[in-house]
Each structure stands twice: as C-alpha cells, then as structure tokens.
Design a protein around this ligand. Sequence first.
Ligand code: 13P
Length: 242
Amino acid sequence: MRKKVLAGNWKMYKTQAEASEFLEGFLPHLEDTPDDREVVLCVPFTDLGLMSKILHGSAIRLGAQNVHWETAGAYTGEISAPMLTEIGVRYVVIGHSERRQYFGETDETANLRIKAAQKAGLIPILCVGETKEQRDLGETESLIVGQLKEGLAGVDQSNLVIAYEPIWAIGTGDTCDSKEANRVIGLIRSQLSNSGVPIQYGGSVKPDNIDEIMAQPEIDGALVGGASLQPASFARIVNYQA
Ligand code: 13P
C-alpha cells in the first residue's frame, strides 16, 4: 500500500506566535490518528526552527515551501537544503503554481530544486496542474505530461511526492470533482517509473470533501492550503475516514 501523505501548505501565513497557538490546538487531535498516514506541515521559513523544537519527538513532519539548488552562495533571499535539514525539515514543496505564477519558476528550476533537495535527504513535493484556460482548451493532459517530463528529468523516484493541483481549484472553493482528480492522478502515475510514488490532490480540500477525495483509489493524500490554517479543520482532514 502506498503511503498516505496529508500536508498543510500554510503559504505566507502565521507568525511564530500564531504557529505555536496552532500547534496547541492541533496536537491533541492527533492522539488517535491512524499510522497509515503521514501528517506534514509546510510552513514559512521563519516558523521552522521554533516548530521543529515544539514537534521534536512527535509524528508530525515539517516541510518548507521552497529550496535553492545550491548548497551555499551569493543568492540573496534564498535558503539551501542543508539549512533546512539542519533544523529537522523533512519535506519541501517545489514548483507550486504560486511560485510559477508570481516568481517566474519553471519546470527547469523545479528540476534543479528537486535534485538538490533529494541530495540533502529532503522529500520533494512536486506540484503540477493546469489553469482553467488550459483545461477548457483540452490541454490538461499534455501540459501535465510536459511538467512531469521536465520536472522529473534525472530524478530519483524513490524519494518523491507529487501533488496534482489544478490551478482553477486553488483557493476558489471550486474543488475538482474527485473522480476527475482520480483520473488525472492515474495519468500522472502512468508517466512515472515508480508506481509507488504518493500522489496528492490539492485545491479547495476541506473537512467536508476529504473523505470522498481519499476514497478514490489513485489519490494518496492531499496538499491543503486554507483549510490547514485552523487546528480543527486540518485535524478533521488528517483524521479522514477511510
Ligand atoms: P487551497 O486548499 O486554499 O485551495 O490551496 C491549495 C494549495 O495551493 C495547496 O498547496
């Protein structure tokens, strides 16, 4: 059975004070969480050190939201993989559509970041997905195949998570139909050399749709934005009913 990975992506939300308050509310909900699933919090860089201390010894894994491909150098504003592993980070989101849209990231830079992350022992979560316009033009499949081909060129698929995040479903409340998400995720799996790679769905995942999403056979987890910011709502998501 493939590992289930439920990850929150906090994006640019939560100061350290807010992050500790979240954990105070969230941790008690995890006492009965089945161990068939991994719970990950991908948080702003500034929260990682403190959260790593609070979560020491807990089953929750920490994730960053980006990583540079060099280990060190004159790259103002960037963070390297060894800087993340030193403080206990295990996962890193790479190629999120917001990074592609607002910060000029490409499949090529995603590929470089994935390789650097893996080299340091981090598990990359590569995000792929189409815009509304691409979907309407019938380009979903070709776009995603291209993103995977370039993003995963030369990448070790034994240490990898992929997130299918249709851009039109992100932050809109317009969740992709679970059967359609299952179909696209099946297509993604058919492009991989390792069929054991966990593939998540992301885009308006909420407490009231997580059970249906997780009931789909190809879907191995979720990458959750807005609904990961409140302890009770993210707790309901990680405690989805199989
Ligand atoms: P929402 O869950 O807020 O739609 O965000 C999805 C996302 O972008 C997770 O990476």
